[in-house]
Design a protein around this ligand. Structure first.
Ligand code: IVH
Length: 676
């Protein structure tokens, strides 16, 4: 790769990480998860290691955290607040120790003693005491300069205001972590993604009264500047912290030898879900202060300490119960309720067990200790069971043979393609008679890609169903607004708004209508194919009467599975009744035939940002209707970028660079003579 290109890539990564830093440290808005952040940092370090010409004062190698925001007064830390390098494996630890021994010129068989401290995932703070009096508390800020958050810190009971002990140093910065206990976080779960964000948000309130409302805790673990400290070892210093009235971590240990560090790591990792505070790893510090001094720092981290991180996508927890969820298609999905655990910044309390076969295969039981994995956006799942930790009285989980929602028999379909019974067990009821299935079907009916009824969210569907306001889709259009107006939380305006959004959706495209019916195996794409094939709802009805379902196999993209499901749906009396009622209320637009030589022929489009009154699915069909195609990224092949509200800046910039035509929503619609 040429030098300029490498430099450009490097600068881009630094710009990106500083953008994430700004959001995270100054605005409490993490844009990416911890592992993605660590990955980006590693990429920058690796580039710097490989190409010595790469250097930037804004690189994370020279900076910790991010410049403090403007709300608080800033002060310089007398001794900078450093960060820690990370270790992810035994090998990393062996290398860490090897580096220390080499540096100190010690024999390899000599044992180094460590202070071993759980790494609480909170916000670090530095408290300046002079003659025993707590004078000022600073946040870490960028490591050199922190924000004056004294008043907020003073609301924390664990922080002593005055220390009388004679051996307390004349002047010292006590450093530690401000955090929120998991049990207190429970009450704030709806407001913050995890306890760390909650602690950070609370600590950065302008008004200390707001900080006081959230029960913050403080655990002390190190010091910055000091005058008159007599201890020689970190573990002795920690003991002193207790004497002086600070809280320290009850799981702090003194350990020698990498093998023993690993043992302790495994032990603590399995206890994580039992702890009342979040930890994201363990910190190992060379215990002897003289050795620490000799070892000193590299860039922004000490040579004498390392953070042994826990995996950011796996964690160990315990199964509290196994619940059976009933989905829109009647599928019974077992879900393990687990002791809440922080996996890479997200609190996980449910993990899917997929289906009955999966439970049998893994023999997962209530009270089991399990490893849970959370990867990307997929629902967390149980990876494995720790059989050694299984309680003696545990019993095999027996999967219900009756639907837990309506009591109907459950069945396993025979799959015509695999010639085997399905792994999924289903409720055999007639859809709308089973509470859970009915509610899920209605949620689907009003969802974004279906009827897209504004303000008709999942919670409203559930409550209206329970209040007997809606049992079938047609009921949505015949709501008793008088009754709704009398419900708690419903004012005149909100009732009017709901009425308006429902009425505007009485007119619907044929493809959305098919999708909204929630026929199994008929997603958006298949609904599109079917709507094109039939052209109109009346033609679909004629087709159903003729009973020649196999004709559908002629549609490219529709297979036997879809045809069977389609047949099953239209031979069900309940469904036919619902359709009959909906027909009386709705105007179902005929599907347009796609123009072969439309206005947008041979042109490619990409949409970025939020559109007004139009979903992505709708604009996509509009483009396709006029013979255009949509693509997923900006490249030379793109002809036109359609820009909505809050577009992805990078896409717009790249399009400008490539001189690609950029249109806003109206310009695009005008082009099609469809101005709104
Ligand atoms: S020592 C120079 N000890 O980890 C050493 N830090 O990435 C730096 N942390 O900013 C601090 N528990 O927020 C130390 N027992 C502990 C810790 C700890 C958590 C956090 C702290 C620090 C970050 C370093």
């Amino acid at each position: 790769m040429d030098k300029n290109l490498i430099k450009k890539k490097y600068k881009e990564k630094i710009k990106l990480i500083n953008h994430y830093n700004k959001k995270y440290f100054n605005e409490n808005k993490p844009l990416i998860n911890d592992s993605e952040y660590d990955q980006l940092k590693v990429e920058i370090y690796n580039l710097e290691k490989k190409y010595s010409f790469l250097r930037d004062k804004n690189s994370p190698s020279f900076n910790v955290g991010f410049k403090p925001s403007k709300i608080f007064k800033k002060f310089t830390h007398k001794v900078p607040m450093l960060s820690l390098s990370n270790a992810f494996s035994q090998e990393d630890l062996l290398n860490f120790e090897k580096r220390i021994k080499n540096y100190l010129d010690k024999k390899s068989d000599i044992e180094i003693e460590y202070s071993v401290e759980p790494k609480i995932d909170g916000i670090s703070a530095s408290l300046t005491y002079k003659n025993g009096k707590f004078l000022r508390g600073l946040s870490r800020g960028d490591g050199n300069e922190g924000e004056d958050i004294t008043q907020n810190l003073k609301t924390i009971k664990d922080i002593p205001d005055y220390i009388k002990e004679k051996d307390f140093p004349e002047e010292i910065d006590i450093r530690g972590e401000v955090f929120i206990q998991n049990s207190d976080f429970k009450k704030l779960r709806d407001k913050f993604a995890n306890p760390r964000n909650a602690a950070s948000g609370s600590l950065r309130q302008k008004n200390p009264i707001d900080t006081k409302k959230i029960p913050l805790k403080f655990i002390a673990y190190t010091y910055g500047y000091q005058k008159g400290l007599n201890e020689n070892r970190q573990t002795d210093f920690i003991k002193k912290l207790i004497d002086w009235g600070f809280r320290v971590n009850p799981f702090n240990r003194q350990i020698s030898g990498i093998k023993n560090l690993i043992k302790n790591y495994i032990d603590l990792e399995s206890k994580r879900s039992d702890l009342d505070f979040d930890i994201d790893g363990i910190v190992y510090k060379v215990n002897d202060f003289d050795l620490q001094k000799r070892l000193g720092n590299v860039a922004s981290a000490p040579r004498w300490a390392i953070a042994h991180k826990f995996s950011s996508n796996k964690a160990i927890s315990k199964i509290i119960s196994i619940d059976i969820q009933v989905g829109r298609t009647g599928a019974l999905t077992p879900v393990a309720k687990i002791k809440p655990i922080n996996i890479g910044g997200v609190i996980v309390s449910n993990a899917t067990l997929h289906n009955e076969d999966e439970i049998i295969r893994k023999d997962v039981r209530v009270s089991d200790t399990v490893t849970v994995e959370r990867a990307g956006d997929v629902i967390p799942h149980i990876l494995s069971v720790e059989l050694k930790k299984r309680p003696k009285d545990s019993v095999k989980f027996s999967f219900p043979i009756r639907c837990p929602s309506c009591g109907s028999k459950t069945i396993k379909d025979f799959n015509l393609i695999t010639k085997k019974k399905d792994a999924v067990r289903r409720c055999s009821s007639e859809g709308y008679y089973c509470e859970k299935v009915a509610i899920e079907k209605l949620k689907h009916f009003v969802s974004k890609d279906a009827f897209n009824i504004d303000g008709f969210g999942k919670k409203i569907v559930e409550s209206f169903w329970k209040l007997n306001l809606i049992k079938f889709p047609q009921d949505i259009f015949r709501l008793d607004y008088g009754k709704i107006g009398k419900l708690d939380g419903w004012g005149r305006l909100s009732v009017e708004n709901l009425k308006y959004s429902i009425n505007t959706k009485k007119k619907i495209s044929f493809e959305r209508f098919i999708y909204a019916l929630g026929i199994r195996h008929i997603g958006l794409e298949n609904a599109k194919l079917l709507s094109k094939y039939f052209g109109s709802f009346s033609k679909l009805k004629n087709f159903v009467e003729k009973d020649n379902y196999d004709d559908l196999l002629n549609i490219d993209g529709i297979g036997e599975t879809q045809v069977n499901s389609f047949r099953l749906f239209f031979t069900n009396d309940m469904n036919l009744k619902v359709l009959g009622e909906l027909e009386k209320i709705l105007i179902i637009n005929n599907s347009f035939s796609v123009k072969k030589n439309g206005l947008l022929k041979d042109k490619t489009f990409l949409v970025t940002g939020k559109l007004q009154g139009m979903s992505r699915a709708e604009i996509k069909s509009l483009i396709e209707l006029n013979s255009g195609t949509t693509v997923s990224g900006v490249s030379k092949k793109l002809n036109c970028l359609i820009v909505g509200e809050k577009p992805t800046k990078k896409k717009v910039e790249s399009a400008k660079k490539l001189k690609i035509e950029i249109l806003n929503q109206n310009q695009f619609l005008n082009m099609l003579n469809k101005s709104r």
